[in-house]
Design a protein around this ligand. Structure first.
Ligand code: NDP
Length: 373
């Protein structure tokens, strides 16, 4: 989708850019059919024209709905979360960046309103999610190319659908792709109350894996601990407890983990490494502390630990859309079986986006902000 945006430069004046955004949307479609009822001002979108503080640079704009081309799908967005990667993209600190102006949001669920004349396999009423990052999900409706979308079953809860395509996929892949774990084996992770962390806890439990879950201390730590245990966490400990020698005692009753999942970096990741079993792997997928991963030389030499990284966008590139669809269906089965629920969420109407953006960047909130359209 970013390539499609590359029609104008960031130096273009803002009003012109919004006009260009609409004409870009029109340009992107083969104009084989048009939506006769399109109301030029009915699309409301969260647009940013410059990188910077999301609360300052993101604006609610009216956009023109693009014409529906033969291979396009008109989608009414239902709900879209605010993820750290959305924030990083707006700040200009992410692995892929759109040409500006861009509509924010990489994840979400929408309902098909109409399909172009050559579209098969999708019909009005179906639920769809983005196939890749960069769709621009923070808008009330849009015309997307069919290839940009993946159909999902509409019998799962809305919040699960809106948060399905990034965090649970990341959690699942990290649990199965790096170490051959068997039921009864253990996994250790930090930022365990994150969206990914909550999915790790639940998917691990569904696979019969035992989890040690590290979180930052906070006044209501007991409440958070109970919530994570209700999801299937075996142990929940604070970063401070992780550093104490007696934490080793946890592994008298459970195997030492061969897999550590690092969302944080810095000291937290150094501590995760200390608890890995010889030959074990630490997978880094996030860097919330904005600190490098430091591994002790002795641990690398004497325990032969492996340091790996994971990026879902890259995984999708290598494995293709069919495998991604299979992954989505596997996760939908877990959702239907009650083994995977949405992360703790706060629904916020689109027009209150500034509140939601602000809350998404606050520490210790423990609730994913979901924009509802
Ligand atoms: P959430 O917004 O749900 O949670 C953020 C988490 O980060 C919370 O647990 C929060 O803990 C923690 N956190 C925030 N700041 C710090 C800090 N300074 N030190 C330690 N912990 C901190 O996030 P998501 O689950 O959506 O994403 C988590 C990370 O994973 C992000 O970095 C995201 O970009 C990355 N990610 C990477 C993917 C990949 O493919 N590589 C895919 C999906 C996500 P607290 O409650 O204590 O504030």
């Amino acid at each position: 989708m970013w390539v499609r945006c590359a029609l104008w430069g960031a130096r273009t004046p803002a009003p012109l850019r919004l006009g260009l955004l609409a004409s870009w949307q029109r340009h992107c479609r083969a104009a084989s059919s048009y939506s006769a009822s399109a109301d030029p001002s009915r699309v409301r979108a969260l647009v940013y024209g410059n990188h910077g503080d999301p609360v300052k640079v993101v604006e609610l704009k009216n956009l023109e709905l693009a014409a529906l081309g033969g291979s396009d799908v008109h989608v009414r967005m239902l709900a879209a979360p605010i993820n750290p990667s959305d924030i990083n993209m707006i700040q200009g600190n992410y692995g892929i960046l759109p040409k500006l102006p861009a509509v924010g949001g990489n994840e979400g669920v929408g309902q098909v309103v109409a399909v172009g004349s050559s579209v098969t396999g999708l019909k009005p009423g179906d639920w769809v999610i983005p196939a890749n990052a960069g769709l621009g999900t923070w808008q009330t409706e849009a015309v997307f190319s069919k290839e940009a979308l993946i159909e999902i079953p509409s019998d799962i809860p809305l919040q699960s659908a809106a948060t399905l395509s990034v965090n649970p996929c990341t959690a699942y892949r990290m649990l199965v792709d790096f170490e051959q774990l068997q039921p009864g084996d253990s996994v250790i992770q930090n930022a365990s109350n994150s969206g990914v962390g909550q999915a790790v806890i639940q998917i691990a439990a569904a696979l019969g894996l035992r989890t040690v879950n590290v979180v930052r201390d906070r006044p209501d730590i007991q409440k958070l601990t109970s919530r994570l245990k209700d999801l299937g966490a075996e142990h929940v400990i604070t970063e401070e407890e992780l550093r104490k020698p007696e934490t080793k005692n946890l592994f008298k009753d459970m195997p030492q983990p061969r897999l550590a999942l690092n969302c944080v970096g810095g000291k937290s990741s150094t501590e995760l490494l200390r608890h890995l079993a010889p030959g074990g792997t630490m997978v880094t997928y996030g860097g919330m502390a904005k600190q490098p991963v430091t591994a002790s030389v002795s641990l690398l030499i004497f325990k032969d630990l492996k340091l790996r990284g994971f990026w879902l966008s890259q995984w999708k590139k290598y494995h293709g859309s069919d495998e991604f669809k299979r992954l989505i269906l596997t996760l939908c089965d877990l959702i239907r079986q009650g083994q995977l629920t949405a992360p703790a969420c706060t629904e916020v109407p689109l027009q209150d986006y500034q509140r939601a953006l602000g809350a998404s960047m606050e520490p210790f909130v423990s609730s994913k902000q979901i924009l509802t359209m």
